[in-house]
Each structure stands twice: as structure tokens, then as C-alpha cells.
Design a protein around this ligand. Structure first.
Ligand code: CP3
Length: 382
């Protein structure tokens, strides 16, 4: 199915192949035989225009989300598929984007691993009994991923909604990357210097490896549930991997990320691998084999794509705070990114990190319009 991997055929392609067989009757499938614009871009296929969606597109900057949050906690929303699906669909439709990311959170898999947490107002996530030793790692459970079935149920509802459309949106499932999830489990929340994480990483290699192995096992099952429910792409968030030097990324994080990427690809969907502050890591992140590399906003997109390699698609990379700028500045930055992509197949327009609270929704909508209307000047490469 993916050019770089042999012997795999997507359900959509096998359908196309079957209708091309001369002896079989021609049946025109209900679904678009070529897949959504977003999925095609993930696979570096040609598209009619650059697909666009936004990291954290359903969030507190949006009035509709704040209304739902008045009545439910974040975790309640995630655990009620009807509400999670509604939040996902509302945000995607209000913005007119090409993909919908399921409303869930990176930390949900901690609970079935035996770590309880909560989101405290203004504080972000707090894990009650963070992991600090090999004994703590040994206690983590890996056979309860099915308890995350509520996320799969929400995806089913989102898929039923969007797959019925003539121009279907891509449906994105997601999970954390092993390093980033491990950092939450060890620090007990967000962190500035990742001291406890690095203490375990450097100080007890066996415990660190066991932790990453357990995380990969649970996340693989979690992604399987999401793909079976209808996610057509999985994004792996390595949000805090930029805390690592290239040497440490190679020594302590790369292998587990690569394993997770490969496991998810075996489920038959493309993978987007995203991190922040990753300029030094991009080539190695690409070496995980991810189909798409998600960029932060710090480097011009063409330089970053060179570092990633043109055998991968890329996603990005507008600074989310540009959404507070006057429209002419915003347009300049959007055009800069699209010009740097140069019409090459395999660019998905996005931010370099999530939309922050207080962002004017109309500016996010304006970016969608700018991306839709953009035309490369005459004489570009194709
Ligand atoms: O449209 C979407 O992207 C919504 C779905 C989504 C959420 N979290 C809901 C959420 C996604 C994809 C995530 C991923 C996530 N969660 C990441 C990776 C993405 C990134 O930003 O790098 C991380 C690191 C987390 C962990 C997390 N969740 C933190 C650190 C926080 C607090 C930060 C804050 O802004 O307060 C959350 C809370 C959270 N998860 C919110 C949302 C919409 C905002 C708070 C709320 O509604 O109470």
C-alpha cells in the first residue's frame, strides 16, 4: 500500500484492484476509491489542494467546546463517546478542515496501566503515584488496553458521520510516543527539565527499557482499537522529545518509537510522528519509518523537509501564536509555508503545535480559506 513498504495493500486499493479485474463485474464503490485528500497527502499521492487541519482544533479557544466543558470534565467528555464524537465533529465542521482528530487525551492509557491521574484546573495533568523505580515499572499492567474502548466507540461515531459525505474528512486517531508518555508517568505531570525522567533513563537502563516495552505493548493495542473503529491515520505525539539531545534520542527513545510506528503501520494505516523542538532530531525521527513527520514552527518548512527527506510527507508548520497576528501578517506566513512546500506531494498544512486558549476562531477559519485559495505562482516545479 505505501510505496516504501512492500506487499501491503490497503482496503481501498484492494477494492480498486478488484474493480479493475477484467472478469469481475464493475461495481462502483460508495466510498471515494482514491481515499480522502488528507490520507492521499499522507501517502505523498497527488491532491487537488493542500489538506489542512489544526493541532488541538477542538479546545478551549472554541465557544462550543467551552459550553460542553461547563457541564463535563475533560475525562468525562473523553469517556462518553456521544459527547467526544460531537466535540470532534463540531470543531472540524466549524473550521472546514480536511481531517478530524478524535477528542481524547494523551494520558488516557495511564489508567489501564494502573496509574490514576486527573486534570487540575490551571495545572495540567497530575499523576498521583508517579513511577520512580524498577519495582514501580514492574507493577504496570499491559493487558487492560480494551478498557480504552470508549475512544474506539467515539471514533466509530465520527467515522459514521464523515464517511457518509461526498468529500470525506480524514479521521485521525492518536497516542503518545513512548518517551513523552514515559515522561508523564515518571514526572507525574508536565516538566521543565525532565530530571526524574532522565535519572531513570540514565540510571536504570533495564527499568527504562521495561517501561518503554510496556508502553509500546499497550499503545499498540490501543491503536488497534482505534484503527478497527475507523481511524484512517494515527498520529503519534512525541511532544516533549525535544528535551533530548540527538545522542540521547538515539540511545533511549528512537528504538521504542520505531517499534510503535512499525506496529501501527502493520495495522494498515499511515503514521504521523510529531514532536516539538525537534530541529536536531528530524532525520532520526524520519528513520522510524513514519509516513509523515509533524514539524514544529522553528525552521522554515523547506529546510525541515530536507532534513526529514523527501521520501516522507510532512505536516506543519505555522507558529500557533501567529493566529493572534493581523490578517496580512498571518497571510504572509501561510503563503511562506505553502511556497516552501512548492506543490510537492505530501504536504499537510498544520500548526507547529496546538492552538492555545484565547485564539480568535475567525483567524483559524481565515487560515483554512487562505490554504484553500492559495495558488503557486506560474512556473513552479510542476
Ligand atoms: O482537537 C484536539 O486536538 C483535541 C484532542 C486532544 C486533547 N489532548 C484534548 C485536551 C489531543 C490530541 C490531546 C493530546 C495531548 N494531551 C498532548 C499532545 C499534544 C500536544 O499538545 O503536544 C499532550 C501533551 C496532552 C497532555 C495534556 N492534556 C496537557 C499537558 C493538558 C493541559 C494543557 C492545557 O492546555 O491546559 C491537557 C488538557 C487537554 N487535553 C485540553 C484539551 C482540549 C485542554 C484543557 C481542558 O479542556 O480542560
Amino acid at each position: 500500500m505505501f510505496e516504501s513498504r512492500q506487499g501491503r495493500i490497503s482496503p481501498v486499493e484492494s477494492l480498486c484492484m478488484s474493480i479493475q479485474t477484467p472478469t469481475s463485474p464493475v461495481v462502483v464503490p460508495e466510498i471515494q476509491p482514491e481515499g480522502s485528500r488528507f490520507v492521499r497527502a499522507c501517502l505523498r499521492r497527488s491532491v487537488d489542494r493542500t489538506p489542512v487541519w489544526f493541532l488541538r482544533q477542538a479546545g478551549r479557544y472554541m465557544q462550543e467546546y467551552r459550553e460542553v466543558r461547563k457541564h463535563h470534565t475533560l475525562v468525562e467528555i473523553c469517556k462518553q463517546p456521544e459527547i467526544a464524537a460531537e466535540v470532534t465533529i463540531t470543531a472540524a465542521e466549524k473550521l472546514g478542515v480536511d481531517a478530524a482528530i478524535i477528542f481524547a487525551d494523551l494520558l488516557l492509557p495511564l489508567e489501564p496501566m494502573g496509574l490514576d491521574f486527573e486534570f487540575q484546573a490551571g495545572e495540567g495533568p497530575v499523576v498521583y503515584h508517579p513511577i520512580r523505580s524498577a519495582e514501580d515499572v514492574a507493577k504496570l499492567q499491559t493487558d487492560r488496553a480494551a478498557e480504552l474502548g470508549y475512544v474506539a466507540k467515539a471514533i466509530e461515531k465520527v467515522a459514521a458521520h464523515f464517511n457518509a459525505k461526498a468529500d470525506p474528512l480524514g479521521i485521525i486517531g492518536f497516542c503518545g510516543a513512548p518517551f513523552t508518555l514515559a515522561s508523564y508517568m515518571i514526572e507525574g505531570g508536565g516538566s521543565k527539565n525532565y530530571i526524574e525522567t532522565k535519572k531513570l533513563m540514565y540510571g536504570d537502563n533495564a527499568a527504562w527499557r521495561m517501561l518503554l516495552d510496556k508502553i509500546v505493548a499497550v499503545l499498540t493495542e490501543y491503536c488497534r482499537l482505534q484503527v478497527e473503529a475507523g481511524a484512517d491515520v494515527i498520529q503519534i505525539f512525541d511532544s516533549w522529545v525535544g528535551a533530548l539531545s540527538l545522542t540521547d534520542y538515539r540511545a533511549y527513545a528512537f528504538e521504542a518509537s520505531r517499534r510503535l510506528v512499525r506496529n501501527v503501520q502493520t495495522l494498515g494505516v499511515p503514521v504521523i510522528y510529531f514532536g516539538v523542538d525537534t530541529a536536531a532530531l528530524l532525520g532520526d525521527m524520519a528513520a522510524t519509518g513514519a509516513d509523515v513527520i509533524g514539524l514544529d514552527w522553528r525552521q522554515p518548512l523547506d529546510l525541515a523537509w530536507n532534513a526529514v527527506g523527501h521520501g516522507h510527507a510532512i505536516q506543519g508548520n505555522l507558529d500557533p501564536i501567529t493566529l493572534f497576528a493581523p490578517l496580512d501578517v498571518l497571510r504572509e506566513r501561510v503563503h511562506e509555508i505553502l511556497s516552501a512546500a512548492d506543490g510537492r506531494p505530501g504536504h499537510i498544512f498544520n500548526l507547529g503545535h496546538g492552538i492555545v486558549p484565547g485564539t480568535p476562531v475567525e483567524n483559524v477559519q481565515a487560515v483554512v480559506k487562505m490554504v484553500r485559495e492559495f495558488k503557486l505562482p506560474q512556473g513552479h516545479r510542476d
